[in-house]
Design a binder for this molecule. Structure first.
Ligand code: CMP
Length: 143
């Protein structure tokens, strides 16, 4: 069983796409493990996107992520990292395959609706940034 961090960005929230996007992961058969509706601080954005520091899109990205509420989530399932990235589609909406979230709803790379971890190491890092262990549901202990 694998875990990943997914975050519906301010554009996805503002456009009323939380339900549509969450529904796609539910229908796929993946399991929601934690969720938080929140505004990302500048500090949190810097930590989350540290690997992009210095790139031309870094500053606009930080500003955008902190510009309004996001819906941060942890999902689990076999191969959830690769599967969720397949559902999300390529970063650039022009390259995203039809049927993916970014192809169906996004036009611009800067406003691409959702972030998904790209590796197991980054998933654990990002989950740790946004959630404390006690916020993750253990389904074995629920009815
Ligand atoms: P995300 O998956 O959140 O990871 C980094 C984000 O930077 C990416 O989605 C895009 O929203 C944004 N971004 C803007 N320009 C680029 C680019 N040229 N390459 C990668 N990411 C970019």
């Amino acid at each position: 069983m694998e875990r990943t961090f997914l975050m519906i960005k301010p554009d996805g929230v503002q456009r009323g796409l939380i339900g549509e996007i969450v529904s796609r992961f539910e229908r796929k058969g993946l399991q929601l493990t934690a969720a938080k509706f929140m505004v990302v601080s500048r500090e949190l954005a810097e930590t989350h996107y540290a690997e992009h520091k210095g790139k031309v899109f870094y500053e606009p990205l930080l500003e955008f992520i902190a510009s309004g509420p996001v819906f941060a989530m942890v999902w689990q399932g076999d191969n959830v990292i690769a599967l969720s990235r397949a559902l999300i589609g390529k970063t650039d909406a022009l390259d995203a395959l039809p049927g993916t979230i970014r192809s169906d709803f996004a036009v611009h790379t800067n406003f691409n609706l959702i972030h998904g971890s790209d590796s197991a190491a980054n998933a654990e890092r990002e989950i740790g940034i946004f959630f404390s262990p006690s916020e993750l549901v253990n389904y074995e202990h629920t009815i």
